[in-house]
Design a protein around this ligand. Structure first.
Ligand SMILES: *Cc1c(COP(=O)(O)O)cnc(C)c1O
Length: 379
């Protein structure tokens, strides 16, 4: 068996390494929430769709949710069908030519508005249909992640919701992003205020994602009491569909330093790119942690780390280290299982990182390796 960090030098870089032990820890927390709150929890595949781990996830959670046909197919093929779990979908607008297939493989379909529901409801077959509402109550500052902002295209606001249409069995809201249970409790009271009169008439309420349940400071008791209150008062099934919380802090991106030099400050080029392999670093933006590093100036040697593309802004950030960085050094970015593998790209002809699973017993399994054809075939 390998010692604790031997794997860092064994892998080919760049690569993502999914930490099975950490993933399991998250799943244990989520399962206990499910049991105590008497609700169902789905994996939002938008954040994490490394299906090699779906058999593990299926042991703990109730199924998957998707944002479109391809994710729905993945959830169906890799979780719903083999493990008898649920398959849900929400899409801002369904494509006519895809809907019949969606209805065959999804047990729950959420529509963005009443128009979409009326257009497709007769083709939904056995699927239980719901409508996404917009409670118009922002609880966070990240504009691009706020479906409650002005002119939002996500969910139906109260003025556009004259009544619960016949045949709609559920309501769905998704308004949070990396938030604690206080934001949910606040949102829930807004939902009750605006849409409360419909809650007694539906069978299920989906509270979306953005619940950072597996973060150490998350208020699990408040989450559970919020869910139980709604459940008991309106006698409905509650779904949560977190993405982040499932694989939070459960993976790494390992990269190799390719070169270092100085231009006003020390600079290091890595074989991982912010633009290609951790796009949220530029999009959100945020600063991922690197094992053993500090912030700029905290440790003796500060470097600006950047990727191996021609984009001037392909900068991961400024980090400090105990010793000088050298060509060939490995750096381990943390919390890289979510919104990374499923969002990466081959911009500038960059290679897609391999995907490994670090098993609980220390064994390292190569799940996927990519090459030139993965770049060429897309074009
Ligand atoms: C993004 C999204 C989720 C998952 O959100 P996380 O922030 O990853 O927990 C769930 N439901 C819907 C509708 C989403 O758009």
């Amino acid at each position: 068996m390998m010692s604790k960090s031997d794997w860092i030098n064994k892998v080919e870089t760049p690569c993502y390494v999914i930490d099975e032990y950490r993933l399991k820890k998250n799943l244990e927390i989520l399962r206990s929430v499910k049991e105590r709150a008497d609700c169902k929890i789905l994996l939002a595949q938008k954040a994490y769709s490394a299906f090699a781990t779906y058999p593990l996830i299926a042991e703990y959670l109730d199924g998957c949710t998707a944002s479109g046909l391809y994710e729905a197919r993945l959830g169906y093929e890799e979780m719903a069908k083999p493990f008898g779990r649920e398959n849900h979908i929400f899409s801002p607008a369904y494509r006519d030519e895809e809907f019949d297939e969606i209805a065959k493989i999804c047990g729950h379909i959420s529509f963005n508005n009443i128009r979409q529901f009326e257009k497709f409801k007769d083709r939904a077959g056995k699927a239980s249909c719901g409508i996404r509402i917009n409670p118009e109550h922002s609880t966070q500052e990240h504009g691009i992640y706020d479906p409650c902002g002005e002119f939002s295209r996500l969910g139906t606001t109260l003025v556009n919701f004259p009544d619960l249409p016949d045949g709609a069995e559920g309501l769905h809201f998704h308004t949070l992003c990396e938030q604690n249970a206080d934001a949910l409790a606040e949102t829930m009271s807004e939902v009750v205020k605006k849409f409360g009169k419909y809650l007694g008439r539906i069978r299920w309420l989906n509270m979306g994602g953005g619940h950072h349940i597996t973060r150490p400071d998350y208020d699990i008791e408040l989450l559970i009491s919020t869910i139980r209150n709604v459940r008991d008062k309106y006698n409905l099934e509650v779904y949560l569909e977190p993405g982040e919380a499932i694989a939070l802090n459960a993976g790494y991106l390992v990269t190799t330093v390719l070169d270092t030099f100085t231009n006003g400050m020390d600079i290091a080029i890595t074989d991982a790119s912010a633009a290609c392999h951790m796009p949220d670093v530029l999009e959100m933006p945020y600063r991922p942690n690197i094992q053993g590093s500090g912030v700029k100036g905290e440790k003796p040697f500060t470097y600006r780390l950047g990727g191996n593309t021609c984009l001037a802004g392909d900068i991961i950030g400024d980090y400090s280290f105990d010793s000088k960085l050298n060509e060939g050094d490995r750096l381990v970015f943390e919390d890289m299982a979510i919104y990374s593998m499923c969002k990466n790209n081959t911009f500038n002809g960059m290679a897609l990182p391999s995907i490994y699973i670090l098993k609980e017993n220390g064994e390292l399994i190569l799940v996927k390796k990519f090459g030139y054809s993965d770049f060429k075939e897309r074009l």
